[in-house]
Each structure stands twice: as structure tokens, then as C-alpha cells.
Design a protein around this ligand. Structure first.
Ligand code: DAH
Length: 335
């Protein structure tokens, strides 16, 4: 029996070392290690041998099986290495695309807005997210009993301070810290204590704009905002200015964009009207100039505020504002 094992061993070594392709290797594997191989038959017959013989043959059989399995594996690696070296790899197989991260869609939108406004001569100004009543309301001509406060459901924090409900307080801070001419945009996150739905969120982004100098006129405001929207959405997009009201501007206007989700036909995002309100704007109210110590007889200016999330929604055809903050990569990968 041991002699027979030796013979099998020799034949098998020869077969594994001379195998040149996958087929001959597989044939050798089946012949010497397969279920129907002689080696396997010997293993199965071990139980019929007497104990002494069983121990010796058993050990020799196992050693041989291990050796042959290793030889088989070696031969397989030799072939793979050969294939790599001769270029016999299937280069038409689709590759694995590495997953590459990128900046969030809202940040990319903000960067795009900043780029457009920079070319129009605006510089970026930033302000604190935790504000005081004066900058967020009073200085913007929203006294404590003003109904506009109802529209700004506010999160209050310790010490009577609050989370800013809009980016307009940055106007006040900039005007307090320098003299005209001023031409700034103030992008950033704002907070409202309200229930969220497809078009409302308790945190969202705004971008504020302010231009103050001598002889600033409504015509320039209209021109700049129209130019901005055409840069962003293309020359052919519909833009309309409606009369509006804001405590800090007089006169005031609300600017609508033809809905980009349904292209004006009417959908849930535009509530069936074909138009989406994107901007509030107007000429800076003299009371605001007084609050920051500017002479309203000398200076005029315009201001505007826009909802960045709305702009992102219109740019990407997204119909639910909440998707922006849910951090679901299946969504973020697509926009
Ligand atoms: N602060 C306003 C809001 O949050 C938006 C706004 C409207 C800003 C008109 C302005 C403006 O500067 O002129 O609803």
C-alpha cells in the first residue's frame, strides 16, 4: 500500500508540474485529488485495515493529499502570474469605479452664486449665527410688536439671544463697521422654529445682498437680479417682479422664476402656478440707515435676500427640501 502511494505521488507531481493551462491542471486535480481518485479510495478503505497498518497508511495518505493540494495551488498561481506577464488578461472587463466624494450640493450652489456675484462686483461678508434682537430685528425696522416677527418663528437661546432667522443682520453689521460704498453678499445658514414639509425646513441657507452708495437706483437692482438669474438658469428663463412688502426695504419686490421642475406647466413644487418665489428685494428703508448711523439724505441702496435651497431645488429638479439635509448618499450622488 505504501509503495502504491509512492507511485501515485510520483505520477501526480509530474502531472501538476507539467500542467500548462487551466484545463490540464483541472484534469490533474480531478485525477489525483477528486472524489473518484485512487487516493480518495484509499482514504475511504482505511477503516478496513488493521490498526497498525491503518496508522501508517493513514498518515502517508494525509501527507500526500496535503502535498498534492499545495502543488495544485502553486500551479494555479504560476498560471495567473504567467497570464499577467504575457498580458493575457481580459482588458474588456468593466473596471471597478472608485467612489469619489464631493462637496454637498448646497455648498456647490453657494459657490456658484458667489462666483456670479463676484463678477458683478460683490464681495463676501459673514456674520454670527447666534444673533441679538437688535441686529436680527430692531435695526431692520422690525420692532417688538411688529407682525413680521410672526413670520420669523424664532429659536431663542440663553441670554436673550437667538438663532438668526435670516441673513439680513449681516447687512447691519457690515454697515456698522464701514462707510459706503458697500457692495456685499452674505451667504449662510438660518434657522426657523417651524414644522418642516416639502418646501420648508427649520434650517436652510440664504444669501443676502447689499449695495449702498450715493445715487443707487431701482433700475440697477432690477438689472443686477435679472442678470444674476439669467447667468444661473439661462437667458430664456422667465423672471417676474411683483410688488411686495418687507419692513427693511421701501419699495419692496418679490422676484419669481419660472418653475424649472415643471418648466412652468404647474407641479407640487410651484403649487401649480408655474412660478417659484426665489428672492425678496427692495430699496433700503431710511429707518435702517438711521439705525446704523448713515444719513438717508446722502445714501441710497438696495438689498436682496434669496433662498439657496430653493435655488438648488430649481437647479437640480429636486422636489423636497428635506432631502438636502438627510444625508442619504443615494440622493446626494445624483444631484
Ligand atoms: N430677510 C428676508 C427673509 O428672510 C429676505 C429678504 C427680503 C432680504 C428682502 C432682503 C430683502 O435683503 O431686501 O424673508
Amino acid at each position: 500500500m505504501l509503495d502504491r502511494l509512492r507511485e501515485i505521488g510520483e505520477a501526480a507531481r509530474e502531472a501538476f508540474s507539467s500542467a500548462t493551462d487551466e484545463k490540464s491542471l483541472e484534469d490533474a486535480r480531478v485525477a489525483y485529488l477528486g472524489r473518484k481518485s485512487e487516493l480518495n479510495r484509499i482514504s475511504r478503505g482505511l477503516k478496513d485495515l488493521d490498526p497498525e497498518e491503518r496508522r501508517r497508511v493513514g498518515r502517508a495518505t494525509n501527507d500526500l493529499k496535503k502535498e498534492l493540494a499545495a502543488l495544485c495551488e502553486e500551479a494555479r498561481e504560476r498560471m495567473a502570474e504567467g497570464a499577467r506577464r504575457t498580458g493575457a488578461l481580459d482588458l474588456t472587463l468593466p473596471g471597478r469605479v472608485p467612489w469619489v466624494g464631493r462637496r454637498h450640493v448646497l455648498i456647490r450652489t453657494l459657490e456658484r452664486l458667489e462666483e456670479i456675484f463676484r463678477t458683478l462686483g460683490f464681495e463676501v461678508a459673514l456674520g454670527p449665527h447666534i444673533e441679538d434682537d437688535f441686529h436680527n430685528f430692531d435695526a431692520l425696522n422690525i420692532p417688538p410688536d411688529h407682525p413680521a416677527r410672526d413670520m420669523h418663528d424664532t429659536f431663542f437661546v440663553e441670554g436673550g439671544r437667538l438663532l438668526r432667522t435670516h441673513t439680513s443682520p449681516v447687512q447691519i453689521r457690515v454697515m456698522q463697521s464701514r462707510r459706503p460704498p458697500i457692495r456685499i453678499i452674505a451667504p449662510g445658514r438660518v434657522y426657523r422654529n417651524e414644522a418642516s414639509d416639502a418646501s420648508h425646513s427649520s434650517e436652510f441657507y440664504q444669501l443676502e445682498g447689499l449695495y449702498v452708495d450715493r445715487n443707487v437706483r431701482v433700475g440697477e437692482l432690477k438689472g443686477v437680479l435679472t442678470k444674476f438669474l439669467h447667468e444661473l438658469y439661462g437667458q430664456d428663463v422667465g423672471v417676474r417682479f411683483r410688488a411686495g412688502f418687507f419692513p427693511f426695504t421701501e419699495p419692496s419686490t418679490e422676484v419669481d422664476l419660472q418653475c424649472r421642475v415643471c418648466r412652468g406647466r404647474g407641479c407640487p413644487v410651484c403649487k401649480g402656478t408655474g412660478w417659484v418665489e426665489l428672492l425678496g428685494a427692495g430699496m433700503v428703508d431710511p429707518r435702517v440707515f438711521e439705525a446704523v448711523g448713515y444719513d438717508p439724505d446722502v445714501y441710497t441702496g438696495y438689498a436682496f435676500g434669496l433662498g439657496v435651497d430653493r435655488i438648488s431645488m430649481m437647479m437640480t429638479g429636486t422636489d423636497d427640501i428635506r432631502l438636502f439635509l438627510e444625508n442619504d448618499l443615494r440622493f446626494l450622488d445624483q444631484v
